[in-house]
Design a protein around this ligand. Structure first.
Ligand code: NAD
Length: 502
């Protein structure tokens, strides 16, 4: 394994440690428990000043034609290419995900920039046929203003870029509050994009970064100067944000918790199903919103698949995520370890039988208290703990008799993010994707629940919040639609045939 020289990475990314000044947040790496650096907390006074500057930046940025805004985003994509190695390593070190996934996250940022560049020439509105003579009707899409972005610790940079790259080409400016658990990667991103705005003589406040905890997020939620707030995190957070934003009739994009299942039918290619299940359950140490939390397995293959699963788990290597030999890194912090232990305890209390036991790993190779064993429990679908999202590598397995039952088990949870079926049977696959199938925002066939491409609209139903980000036509949420009717006659015919004479 190559050693990580964090101080040189921080230097190259122009991150200064403000440790000692107050108030500040110190970021600790879950990889080895060491302090990475500290960043200043945004005070109310700083926040007010920044929102004012963001408003001024908006009045300038919205005048820039959309394809030219796309050109700026293209430059941001290129800058990210240049910093991919450093930023990817920093993501891995600050968040604890594997180096591959850290680099993958930066790649996702580059990809969304490319997508946004193309989009900047395709912010299409429809032309409509008017019912009145000599009238033309069409719609256009206009920027909203300040877009607020609240992000979670587990995708500390990609989720911001999904929102920001699209919001920028749409003509908005952004204020980003990253997770208080990953402030350094956020600062690195801000430095990278600020440099591009500077170089192009554009106001830096097209991209604003604020640092703080839930209180700062609440401040954004109740701020009427932020017409759209895109918030990624727990359902608890989403409910709070949704209420505060709705109270001022603002808009939200909510990307909240998942409780994702794979249905493995008797017609599955079990080799693919096994890989998809294990990667889905243990990747990012079970800390993806799309992590596979439940396997619903046909009774005819249940016992044999269980044996293969247990064997696969024996091969997992847990340890420093920057060492590419390891499959599983640490959880984000000790609070996450406690939630993992609590979930195991509650699962056992409800009758769950662990076929792969969990536990906290200590000693050589585990330089922080955040390394845990991925585990598997046999459960009944109705257990309370199975209905919840525990953000850790705990996999629940259960069996089913027929596909209707499997789909009912899958849908019968409060969350609705990602779902998958593993089958080579066309009827089963199509049924799963039909109106009688999965109720999730994402439904896959023969790939797992975890991971998504930026080209599709990403998000989920029910307690996952209903928002859509990233590809497809998700951009429409970042703009306001205006319907325009032009009368080029010398008369005033009214709609619905109404006449009005003086
Ligand atoms: P979290 O809810 O604790 O925090 C997320 C963000 O919200 C942080 O920036 C936090 O400071 C802020 N926040 C917390 N409470 C708030 C409030 N009341 N008002 C405003 N802001 C508030 O979540 P986390 O532990 O960082 O992340 C894990 C959760 O995020 C999981 O539930 C996971 O499924 C979810 N997640 C969802 C998606 C998705 O796209 N659906 C993606 C990533 C993570």
């Amino acid at each position: 394994m190559k050693a990580i020289h964090i101080s040189s990475i921080l230097e190259r990314l122009c991150i200064q440690n403000v440790s000692g000044t107050s108030p500040s947040i110190t970021s600790f790496s879950p990889v080895d428990g060491k302090a990475i650096a500290a960043v200043p907390i945004t005070t109310r006074v700083d926040y007010e000043a920044l929102v004012g500057k963001a408003g001024v930046a908006f009045s300038q940025w919205k005048q820039v034609p959309a394809p030219k805004r796309g050109e700026i985003v293209r430059q941001i994509g290129d800058a990210l290419r240049l910093h991919k190695q450093d930023l990817g390593r920093l993501v891995s070190y600050e968040m604890g995900k594997s180096l591959q996934e850290g680099l993958g996250e930066v790649q996702e940022m580059i990809d969304i920039c490319d997508f946004a560049v193309g989009l900047s020439r395709q912010l299409y509105g429809l032309t409509t046929q008017s019912e009145r003579p000599a009238h033309r009707m069409f719609e256009q899409w206009l920027p909203l203003g300040i877009v607020g972005i609240i992000s979670a610790f587990n995708f500390p940079v990609a989720v911001w870029s999904w929102n920001a790259a699209i919001a920028w080409v749409c003509g908005n400016v952004c204020i980003w509050k990253p997770s208080e658990k990953t402030p350094i990667t956020a600062l690195a991103c801000q430095k990278i994009v600020s440099e591009i705005f500077n170089r192009n003589d554009l106001p830096q406040e097209i991209s604003c970064l604020i640092q703080g905890d839930a209180e700062l997020g609440k401040q954004m939620a109740s701020d009427p100067r932020i017409p759209l707030l895109s918030a990624t995190g727990s359902t608890r957070m989403g409910k709070s944000v949704a209420q505060a934003v709705a109270a001022r009739l603002g808009r939200t994009i909510l990307e909240l918790g998942g409780n994702n299942a794979i249905i493995i039918t008797a017609h599955a290619d079990t080799k693919t199903a096994l890989l998809a299940s294990v990667f889905g359950a243990v990747g990012t140490a079970g800390q993806r919103c799309t992590t596979t939390r439940r396997l619903i397995i046909h009774e005819s293959i249940y016992e044999s698949f269980k044996v293969q699963l247990v064997d696969a788990y024996k091969q997992l290597k847990i340890g420093n995520p920057l060492d590419e030999a390891n499959h599983v890194g640490p959880l984000i912090d000790e609070a996450a370890v406690n939630s993992y232990l609590e979930a195991i305890k509650r699962c056992k209390q409800e009758g769950g039988k662990f076929i792969v036991e969990g536990g906290v790993l200590k000693g050589d190779g585990y330089p922080s208290p955040c390394y845990v064993k991925p585990c598997i429990a046999e459960v009944e679908p109705h257990y309370k703990i199975v209905q919840q999202e525990t953000f850790a590598p705990i996999l629940y397995v259960m069996k089913y008799k027929d596909l209707e039952e499997a789909i009912a088990i899958q849908n019968n949870v409060p969350q609705g993010l990602s779902s998958a079926i593993m089958t080579l049977n066309l009827r089963e696959a199509e049924h799963f994707l039909s109106v009688n199938g999965s109720d999730c925002g994402i439904a896959n066939v023969n790939i797992g629940t975890s991971g998504a491409e930026i080209g599709g609209a990403f998000g989920g139903e029910k307690e996952t919040g209903g928002g859509r980000e990233s590809g497809s036509d998700a951009w429409k949420a970042y703009m306001r639609r205006q319907t325009n009717t032009i009368n080029y006659s010398d008369k005033l015919p009214l709609a619905q045939g109404i006449t009005f004479n003086l």
